[in-house]
Design a protein around this ligand. Structure first.
Ligand SMILES: Nc1ncnc2c1ncn2[C@@H]1O[C@H](COP(=O)(O)OP(=O)(O)OP(=O)(O)O)[C@@H](O)[C@H]1O
Length: 630
């Protein structure tokens, strides 16, 4: 990103970007402490909180407000000068007086217009700057919050809804200063001072000139509030549309495979038709309000012309004063119409802000405890001590019940069991994606809840069931956990994961960009890439959560041999449905309904003749028998 220069530097501040050592990615080194501090204080009024955020840019706010005051003063001088000019021009025509006074007034009028223009520009520029700075900070704060939200939150909230909060709601808060707060000053001054000038010049004509104000103010506010209500419903409808589209794109292969195109189209059309109906309703609301406001304005203007014209004819008022009145009215018309926008700005900011702050205030249950220390790096012994666990969404249903086991560095623990028995849940608990509800998990004797999350996650590498890849190069995908990893380390990890030869065969090698979510790779290649990603971290505990399911037996064997060398001083957990993937483990746990039913080595479990044996007979023996027979 090029550094901003000139005016841009005043508007934006540059965020230092640190180049990724591999040269192909960028990492931001930004501290969010100040942003987080600005969000402290749950329960404060939403609008007060937004004003607090805005005031974090005091000099920009001051320039915007100061410019508004000066611009309004110049704007209000224009009708006065215009009236004066008309009277002077009439004087020149009627009594052949000199034109110097008229020229002077003309020049003053020009000067006032230019000054008004300059200060309005400054007002708009700095109002936007405040909004963009606030938006930038909030975006970072929301994104940072999303990075820290616990898995239990993501279990409950649709990611599309989070995106809406991060985009639409944030926008409602971002524009608060320019559309609402600054308008209070702008409209307050224009309407207040304008009304005073009109009434102090001529009470009756002043009241007539202002007669459209209450009606237009009411109509504009009422219609804006109605528009806002329909806008919120429209957002819900559009959200449904984006969910339908998001799901369709995410599951595009399922849709095609099951020829679901027509059904998907019908779903989309229904959601789109709902949105269309609402948009139509909004257009009618807007057009009706605009025509009523325009009509009432011109009605008032007609009355002013009628009464004012009679006063001019009767010699009670000059043509210039009447011109001032009409110009004042024209100047006032826009701000009065904008009162509705101001009311809308407040309403929008308060609903959007409430949702945004609710997200920012969400309690992060999984976080460092006060006084948490980094995990002390020792041998890396992993222990599950009588672990109970229930997912926060269903706290009464125990998924794990009294699970205990220990693994010393260099040991491999195999975990097998029927679907839904709780195997992946064990994998989720080690890096603290969730906290245990009973018992404890320790690493080198340290309860993992008592150490910092960052140090824990740096020591635990989990290869998930579902291999997720980023749309970037193979190199960056492998080095995701440690962007400063040097090429030889990345290549060694890829070699262990049996991916190196494949990558070297690609024209761009490690610089090959994988498509969206790794769509250009096969299932097995994606899994091998995620294995390499975990190996780069050189973790103390390596967890394979059914992560070789898409890999053929030969490749899996080679990966296992390579990892054996790699994992000689680490704990390895292998979760799999296939016994072939974990038969070699030093200890195998057979899990059912969240309980360890059997444990031992492969031979011990076979000799036990229990559930493991039954699974072996079902899965492995027929193949072995067939091989022998062949
Ligand atoms: N995020 C979650 N929230 C609530 N319940 C969950 C969640 N994830 C899993 N479960 C439930 O916990 C139980 C154990 O799930 P888990 O994924 O650990 O099983 P598993 O043994 O790994 O299954 P599989 O072999 O099919 O991958 C299941 O009944 C599942 O429905």
């Amino acid at each position: 990103m090029p550094a901003p220069s000139g005016l841009g530097r005043i508007f934006f501040w540059s965020v230092p970007l640190q180049a990724h050592p591999t040269g192909s990615a960028e990492r931001r080194e930004v501290s969010f402490a100040h942003v987080r501090a600005a969000h402290a204080g749950q329960g404060q009024g939403t609008i007060r909180r937004i004003i607090g955020l805005t005031l974090r840019h005091p000099w920009q706010v001051a320039i915007a407000l100061g410019s508004t005051v000066v611009a309004v003063s110049f704007q209000l001088s224009i009708p006065i000068l215009l009236g004066q000019a008309v009277d002077q021009a009439q004087g020149v025509l009627e009594s052949n007086a000199g034109t110097s006074a008229l020229v002077m007034t003309g020049l003053m009028l020009l000067g006032a217009s230019v000054m008004r223009g300059i200060f309005t520009l400054l007002q708009n520029y700095y109002a936007e700057a405040v909004g963009h700075h606030t938006g930038h900070e909030l975006r970072l704060a929301v994104y940072e919050k999303i990075q820290r939200l616990p898995f239990s939150f993501h279990d409950k909230v649709h990611s599309g809804d989070l995106i809406t909060v991060g985009m639409l709601d944030l926008e409602g808060v971002r524009v608060f200063f320019s559309t609402a707060l600054l308008r209070v000053v702008l409209l307050g001054m224009l309407i207040g001072l304008g009304a005073y000038l009109l009434i102090s010049t001529d009470l009756v004509l002043g009241l007539l000139a202002l007669s459209f104000v209450p009606f237009v103010a009411w109509r504009s506010s009422a219609s804006q509030l109605q528009l806002r209500a329909t806008w919120l419903t429209l957002q819900d409808k559009l959200q449904v549309l984006s969910r339908v589209m998001e799901e369709n794109l995410g599951g595009i292969r399922v849709v095609r495979a099951f020829a679901g195109g027509r059904h998907e189209m019908e779903k989309f059309e229904r959601a789109s038709a709902d949105a269309l109906l609402l948009q139509h309703e909004r257009v009618i609301l807007r057009v009706r309000a605009t025509s009523m406001m325009t009509f009432s304005f011109f009605l008032s203007m007609g009355l002013v012309l009628l009464v004012g014209g009679e006063k001019v004819i009767a010699g009670e008022m000059t043509v210039g004063t009447l011109t001032s009145f009409l110009t004042f009215m024209t100047i006032l018309q826009m701000p009065v119409r904008q009162l509705g926008l101001m009311v809308n700005g407040f309403a929008r900011a308060s609903t959007c802000g409430a949702r945004l702050f609710a997200l920012l205030d969400t309690d992060v249950e999984i976080r460092d405890r006060p006084g948490a220390r980094p995990l002390a790096a020792e041998s890396g012994e992993l222990r599950f001590e009588n672990v109970d666990f229930a997912y926060p969404s269903d706290p009464t249903r125990l998924i794990l019940k009294g699970v205990s086991f220990a693994a010393r560095p260099g040991e491999t623990v195999g975990i097998v069991g029927p679907p839904g028995s709780g195997k992946s849940t064990i994998a989720h608990l080690i890096p603290r994606f969730y906290d245990v509800t009973g018992g404890a998990i320790t690493l080198d004797g340290q309860d993992i809840r008592e150490v910092t999350l960052e140090s824990l996650r740096a020591r635990v590498g989990v290869v998930q069931q579902d291999p997720f890849l980023f749309t970037t190069t193979i190199e960056n995908n492998i080095a995701y956990g440690d962007p400063w990893a040097k090429e030889p380390r990345i290549e060694r990890a890829a070699e262990s994961a049996q991916l190196h030869n494949y990558v070297m065969g690609l024209p761009a090698g490690y610089k090959t960009v994988v498509g969206e979510r790794g769509a250009s790779l096969s299932g097995g290649q994606r899994q091998r890439l995620t294995i390499a990603r975990a190996l780069v971290l050189r973790p103390s505990v390596l967890v394979f959560d059914d992560s070789t399911a898409a890999i053929d037996a030969g490749t899996e064997f080679r990966i296992r041999s390579a990892i054996k060398r790699f994992a000689k001083d680490r704990v390895t957990l292998v979760i799999s449905h296939r016994l072939g993937a974990l038969m070699h483990a030093d200890q195998i746990l057979f899990i059912e309904n969240g309980e360890v039913l059997e444990r031992g080595t492969h031979d011990e479990l076979l000799a036990l003749g229990g559930r493991y044996r039954a699974l072996y007979d079902l899965q492995v023996r027929p193949e072995a028998d067939l091989r022998e027979a062949g």
